[in-house]
Design a protein around this ligand. Structure first.
Ligand code: PMP
Length: 418
């Protein structure tokens, strides 16, 4: 059962016809997604017919390549509901986007005695850049914890917005629990204090339409590879007024109007200022093809499909007496369900599933501070993509029903719910 999407979707992904992919229940889409043929074709076509360096050549091929790159930027702009294409910067991924902001906006805004607000549920990529910034600036990182449902409440967040807060960074969707933060309300609360907000949308864009203007965000980041596009490319959206003041991050080729040894450097306005060096043009083109592919399936149908699988999994796994679902992923489903099996280490569950040709992530999901807060050694995480079906979930349920303690459980014998 494919829910709101046709059963033919899986056939769009050559990986599932490969020796590795055939028969695999691939349920680690929050780590990375498989790629549809349309994306592979777009990347190959770029390298076959249009490969030249961008923004650098006064010959047709370079201009063709530049056109493809800029067309990809426009596709991303439309997908995010951004006002201008030059509000879209290409990065190597979410991690790079957050580091870029911490190294530019952060350094400019945050000084000794100031505060930066983050939530207790951040992925390391939206935590460590801010933590290092605070350590270097002599500032304080203030962590607003998630509530028991696994989201950050507006009241708790607003209460932390004291006069020393210069910046806030929040996850849109938790990569651990699939829970969704009330981003629009959090941003509105921050803006009442004049605090700009950076949103990590890595786990949101794959599962729900995102409109940066409706959310009111200042900055929004995501990675192409989690949304059926290539690895090594991602996006940083920034509001034009805020980007206008942002210094360059890395400097080098492509960022300047011109350099003379005895004159101040004049950096270019717009995206090239933050895209030093040769960008991943094929990656951007592949990302645009991925976004077009999702549009072809229908964004609402994708969301309904991923949500239906979350609800199905919560019911199917919740019926097993040794299983506990962590947080409330069905309240506003976003493609992820995390669970623990009573008395069995998540790695033992993951290993058992792997032996049954089921790929899931288990452990702390690059968010060990959040797992500490949840009082867990780790979870088993199912994360859905457009090619998953209820049969995949049934296979997980049947395998989990038969899981036994193993090496990792023996290493941690005192923990009941791991
Ligand atoms: N934030 C979240 C919420 C994520 O899930 C991930 C990837 N697991 C990242 C940031 C980092 O993304 P990338 O590795 O593509 O930079």
């Amino acid at each position: 059962d494919q829910g709101a999407l046709p059963a033919t979707v899986r056939a769009d992904f050559p990986f599932f016809s490969s020796a590795e992919g055939a028969g695999l229940a691939y349920l680690d889409n929050a780590a990375t997604t498989q790629k549809p043929a349309a994306v592979l074709a777009a990347v190959t076509d770029y390298y076959t017919t249009a490969n030249g360096n961008v923004g650098r050549g006064y010959y047709r091929l370079s201009m063709t390549s530049t056109d493809r790159f800029e067309a990809a930027r426009t596709t991303v702009q439309r997908a995010l509901g951004a006002e201008h294409p030059d509000e879209v910067l290409f990065t190597s991924g979410t991690t790079h986007a957050v580091n870029l902001l911490a190294g530019t906006l952060g350094r400019r805004l945050v000084g000794r005695g100031d505060q930066v607000l983050v939530t207790g549920m951040e992925h390391n990529s939206n935590l460590l850049p801010w933590r290092r910034l605070c350590e270097e600036a002599g500032a304080e990182l203030v962590v607003v914890p998630a509530d028991t449902g696994g989201t950050v409440g507006v009241d708790a967040f607003a209460a932390a917005l004291g006069p020393r807060v210069r910046l806030a960074a929040v996850a849109h969707v938790s990569n651990v629990l699939g829970t969704v933060n009330p981003v629009r309300e959090l941003v509105a609360a921050a803006h009442r204090h004049g605090v700009p907000v950076v949103v990590d949308g890595a786990q949101a864009v794959p599962h729900r339409p995102v409109d940066v203007r409706a959310l009111g965000v200042d900055f929004y980041c995501f990675s192409a590879h989690k949304v059926y596009g290539p690895m090594g490319v991602g996006v940083l959206y920034g509001r034009r007024e805020l980007l206008a003041d942002l210094p360059p991050y890395q400097v080098g080729g492509g960022t300047v109007k011109g350099v003379a040894h005895d004159e101040p450097v004049r950096y270019l306005p717009g995206p090239p200022r933050w895209e030093a060096g040769t960008p991943d043009v094929a990656g951007a083109v592949g990302l645009a093809a991925a976004l077009d592919y999702l549009d072809g399936l229908g964004r609402d149908a994708v969301r309904a499909h991923d949500a239906a699988l979350v609800r199905y999994a919560v019911t199917a796994l919740g019926a097993l007496d040794r299983v506990r679902i962590v947080g409330d992923p069905a309240r506003d489903p976003s493609g992820i369900v995390s669970f623990v099996v009573d008395g069995i280490h998540p790695y033992d569950v993951g290993g058992h599933l792997d032996r049954n040709r089921i790929a899931v992530r288990c452990g702390v999901h690059c968010a060990s501070a959040f797992l500490d807060e949840l009082g867990l050694l780790g979870t088993v995480r199912l994360s859905f993509g457009v090619y998953n079906t209820t049969e995949d979930v049934d296979r997980v349920r049947d395998a989990v029903a038969g899981v036994r303690p193993g090496y990792w459980t023996a290493e941690h014998p005192t923990t009941r719910f791991l």
